[in-house]
Every structure is written in structure tokens, then in C-alpha cells.
Design a protein around this ligand. Structure first.
Ligand code: AMP
Length: 543
């Protein structure tokens, strides 16, 4: 027997309608290239979303056509999310930090018809315009008077495009499985792969994101996403915030600028900020150097890479801020786990609590996890066994865009193979031990590069640490520790190795320590292990 409930489709336009009715006065504050502090209300934002959707409908676009954005986090980019996706087009967010060849690849692969771009990326687009033949026009995210001179065809300023349009819009009644957004993986190996989110997956993911043990988002919050709108939907914040009426603070091109981030947090009363560990390193360093303290921030969600214990400790001890680690990936919209304490953990000692927080967190309802060995046998959740992490759920990709069936990413029984190696403890807290490709295979056993990095990062003289496996005649591979010293710190190899005493197993100790000035990062701020391995491919470990 079927239930007798309405079959209302889950559409992002419903979020806009809900926000318009319930939170018209909530604020969105943005830094943009043409305005260091733009401020308006949800009601203004929604009127402009309607204007954009009306404007797009008048252009030569068909439902499902890809409309790209190349932009930082600000109000116009937020409007584009809803104006494009809500009207039935696909909002393809492009990461401006990718190499030009990768940008050309993904624009062509997506067959983008239009590109909405920040003015600062106009020169980049001009350089590659003759290599992206599908693009029919460019909308420059600025006002008419700030419009740059450009050779880009059919270029128009965003404000001139939307200005003549009505601020009332009739949203189309789409099937909830309609595609709404497209984001390509960072592509550390091979070409980037497209992940195509649906209206339904996006709305369900936003519902999950606001839950108390996930991001605990509400109208009482003010959120600063330092996670870019160009990468995995800024962890779903643009949708979740309008769903519950959260004030938004968008840092524009100032994402990596500790001073601006600090000033915004204090001035706007930011209660929750989110970002990858590299971003918070910059902020913590700025505050340390300038004797600043965070008075308003209550919590931060950090993910995208393992969070070092030292960072959790510094936020807690110096700023009274709780760090919630999260794990996810482009293929998962991205939320998979979030770290919040379970009942019964109130009495843990501060050190034991940090040990819990250093894990990636518990599975969010909607994402099922399992860990398996090389023969696909499920491993126990005992906090010891580690294996390939596989997931399934309504906001996990079922395939890659235009690669259907060929990416070898899913198991025969329908789970997505994340490419991560993890262990899960009896309480359900998952901990990433490595990417499958980064794990160090020493004498037939696995060594977690992330565990060694985390311990190294705890040393006060270490600014950043990376561990890779290098070839070893007897053990196949052994760990090499690469370190950037903290400013003016004096640290020797012997002191560094001593630091591991009692913290990791002896056979996990790095065979060598190298001090460098720079560690390469991917376009999303993660350590580029592939590049490091290439750089040190011929490195001979001391015997
Ligand atoms: P991306 O698709 O670019 O967002 O990258 C996803 C990958 O980042 C995951 O597959 C993990 O390898 C890594 N990652 C994300 N969150 C964490 C975390 N909390 N700890 C360790 N690695 C993480």
C-alpha cells in the first residue's frame, strides 16, 4: 500500500520562497572587488535572484544548459546559485585556482554556454577564450561603471543584465531529480571529473547540514564560510543558510587574509566559521602575531584535510572556540561525517576530548559508511582495523558526468569507493588514515602518513608538515618527513625525531627529516602529495 502524502518535489526554489516569507530582514554582508563592505537583506537578495532568473530565461538557453561561475564568495555569486539552478539551468562553479589547462578542460567538458565571472578573472578568460568555443557570452559580476575593457564576446555587466528585469519570478515546477549544479574534482591525478548534483540531493544535503549534531545551524547564527562557493557548494552553506535564516558573511577575494577574516568575525558577530586547516593556520598565525583574541566566534567546522590536534587545542585554549572536524568530498556534496560529542562524553578529560575531536566524526544520517579489506570483506568498527572507506546515500554521486560507467568508482553492490583509507571506532567516530594512494607500504604493513603529520604539527617549531613514502630497498617504502619550520624557529632533525617518542610506534618513525621553505598545495588548499612524491622521487634515504 502506498502512503497518502503529497509528492512535492524537493527544489531549491522552495528554499527561496521560504526565506522570502520568513527571514526577509536577515543580512548578507560581502567583501567584493568593488565594495569592501556590501550589506543587504535576504529580501533584496531574493528580488535580485528573481531578476537574474528572468534575465537568463530571455537568453538563448535551454533547460539543463550549463552556466558557469568563476568567482569568489560574495552576494552576486550567491544570487547566481539560485538564479541559475532554481530556473532549471545547471550552475557550474569553476575553481579559479586551477591551472588554465584544467579550466579550459572543464569549461569544454561541461560545454558551458555562459560564464559569470569576477572582473579579476577577465584577463584569464580572455587568454583562453579561443580554446573554449562553446561559450556564447560573459556576464561580468560588477556594476556598469566598474565594467572592465574586454575582448570577451557578448560581455555585459551583471548589474546591466538584471537591472531592467522584474523582481517577481514564477519558478518552474521541475522534477526533483533535475540537475542543479556541477562541480569538478580537483583532479590531482588525471583529468578533473564532474559531479552533477540534483535538486533533490541538494535540498536533502542542506536539511542534513542544519541538524544539531551536524552544523547546528539556525537563525541565531552568523556564518562565515571561508570554504569557497566555487568548491562543492561551499559545503552546502548557501542553501542551509537561507533555509533557516542564518546571517551570512562572505569574504570575497579576502579568503586567505587573516586580518580581514578576523575583522569580519569581530565586527559582524560571526558565531560559526568554516574552512580547511590551511585557512585557519593563516588566521591563527595572524592572531598570535598581533595579540588578538576571538570574542564572538563559538565554533568552527574544519574539514577537507585532517585537522591537527595542535589546532584544536589552540582554538580551545586561546579563543574558547570549539572545533568540529568534518569529512566529505566533492562526490558527496560534500558532507559525510561531522564530529560532535556523544552523551556520556561530558566528563572526558580535556586531553581525551581533544583525542575525540581529532577524528573526522560520526556518519551523518543519510550517509552510510563501511570499511573493507582488499577482498571487499567488511572490517569491524573497533578503532583498530583500517581499510577502504565506502559510502552510499542520496547525496553521494551515482556516477561522474559524461563518464557514465567508465570511472571504476563504484562497487558492484552500489557503494561509492571514496579512495580514502579509514578506521572507525566502536562509538562510530571515523578517522581517515590516508588516501589510498598516499598510504605508506612498509614491509607489507601500512603506515598512516596523516598520523605522523599530525604528531609533527604538534611541535611548536613546526609550521607545516607533510609525510610521503619513498622507495626503500628492504621495506618497499619508508616515511620521509618534510617540514616548514615556524618563523625564526630553530629545529634539528634529531629534535624532530625525538618528538615522536611515545607518540607513535617506533617502526612508524620517519627515516629522514627534510626542512623546506615551501610545501605545494592543491587548488583547494590540500597538500599536493603527488607533486611532493615527484619532487622526491629520486631521494635516497640515509642507511
Ligand atoms: P575534495 O573532493 O576536494 O573535497 O576532497 C575530498 C578529500 O579530502 C577526501 O576524500 C579526503 O581525502 C580529504 N578529507 C576531507 N576531509 C578530511 C578530514 N577531516 N580528514 C582527512 N582528510 C579529509
Amino acid at each position: 500500500m502506498r502512503g497518502l502524502m503529497m509528492d512535492s518535489p524537493l527544489l531549491i526554489s522552495a528554499i527561496v520562497r521560504h526565506a522570502a516569507r520568513n527571514y526577509p530582514d536577515r543580512e548578507i554582508v560581502s567583501v567584493t572587488g568593488d565594495n569592501p563592505q556590501h550589506r543587504y537583506k535576504f529580501s533584496d537578495c531574493i528580488q535580485r535572484i528573481h531578476q537574474l532568473a528572468n534575465a537568463l530565461d530571455k537568453l538563448d538557453l535551454a533547460q539543463g544548459d550549463r552556466v558557469a561561475t568563476l568567482a569568489w564568495n560574495d552576494y552576486r555569486h550567491l544570487e547566481a546559485y539560485y538564479g541559475i539552478g532554481g530556473a532549471g539551468y545547471v550552475c557550474h562553479t569553476i575553481n579559479p585556482r586551477l591551472f588554465p589547462e584544467q579550466i579550459i578542460f572543464i569549461i569544454n567538458h561541461a560545454e558551458d554556454k555562459l560564464i559569470l565571472t569576477d572582473p579579476m578573472f577577465v584577463p584569464l578568460l580572455e587568454k583562453i577564450a579561443d580554446k573554449t568555443p562553446h561559450v556564447e557570452g560573459y556576464i561580468i559580476l560588477t556594476s556598469e561603471d566598474q565594467m572592465p575593457q574586454t575582448s570577451l564576446k557578448n560581455a555585459i555587466s551583471y548589474e546591466a543584465l538584471i537591472e531592467p528585469e522584474s523582481d517577481v519570478y514564477e519558478w518552474p515546477e521541475l522534477d526533483e531529480r533535475t540537475a542543479v549544479a556541477l562541480c569538478y574534482t580537483s583532479g590531482t591525478t588525471g583529468d578533473p571529473k564532474g559531479v552533477l548534483y540534483s535538486q533533490r540531493s541538494t535540498v536533502l544535503h542542506a536539511y542534513a547540514g542544519i541538524a544539531p549534531d551536524v552544523m547546528n545551524l539556525s537563525m541565531r547564527d552568523c556564518v562565515l564560510p571561508v570554504v569557497p562557493l566555487f568548491h562543492v557548494n561551499a559545503w552546502g552553506i548557501p542553501y542551509a543558510a537561507l533555509m533557516v535564516g542564518t546571517k551570512l558573511v562572505l569574504p570575497g577575494p579576502k579568503m586567505g587574509d587573516g586580518e580581514t577574516l578576523y575583522a569580519l568575525m569581530e565586527a559582524e558577530g560571526v558565531t560559526l566559521a568554516m574552512g580547511v586547516p590551511t585557512v585557519w593556520l593563516a588566521l591563527l598565525q595572524y592572531m598570535e602575531a598581533n595579540g588578538k583574541r576571538l570574542d564572538k566566534l563559538q565554533r568552527t567546522v574544519i574539514g577537507g584535510a585532517a585537522v591537527p590536534e595542535s589546532m584544536i587545542r589552540e582554538f580551545r585554549d586561546k579563543h574558547d572556540v570549539v572545533v568540529h572536524q568534518g569529512w566529505g568530498m566533492t562526490e558527496m556534496s560534500p558532507l559525510g561525517t561531522l564530529n560532535s560529542p556523544k552523551v556520556g562524553m561530558e566528563d572526558l578529560s580535556p586531553d581525551d576530548m581533544i583525542a575525540v575531536q581529532a577524528k573526522a566524526g560520526r556518519g551523518i544520517f543519510g550517509v552510510e559508511m563501511r570499511i573493507v579489506d582488499d577482498d571487499q570483506n567488511e572490517l569491524p568498527w573497533d578503532g583498530v582495523a583500517f581499510g577502504a572507506l565506502q559510502v552510499r546515500g542520496p547525496w553521494v554521486c551515482s556516477d561522474y558526468y559524461k563518464l557514465e560507467g567508465s570511472a571504476d568508482s563504484h562497487t558492484d553492490d552500489g557503494w561509492f569507493d571514496t579512495g580514502d583509507v579509514a578506521k572507525i571506532d566502536p562509538e562510530g567516530y571515523m578517522q581517515i588514515t590516508d588516501r589510498t594512494k598516499d598510504v605508506i607500504k612498509s614491509g607489507g604493513e601500512w603506515i598512516s602518513s596523516i598520523d605522523i603529520e599530525n604528531v609533527a604539527m604538534g611541535h611548536p617549531s613546526v609550521a607545516e608538515a607533510a609525510v610521503i613514502g619513498v622507495a626503500h630497498p628492504k621495506w618497499t617504502e619508508r616515511p620521509l618527513l618534510i617540514v616548514i619550520k615556524a618563523a625564526e624557529a630553530d629545529l634539528t632533525k634529531e629534535e624532530m625525531l625525538q618528538w615522536f617518542d611515545g607518540k607513535i610506534a617506533k617502526w612508524w618513525y620517519p627515516d629522514d627529516v627534510l626542512f623546506v621553505d615551501e610545501i605545494p598545495h592543491t587548488a583547494t588548499g590540500k597538500i599536493q602529495k603527488v607533486k611532493l612524491r615527484q619532487q622526491f622521487a629520486d631521494y635516497k634515504l640515509p642507511t
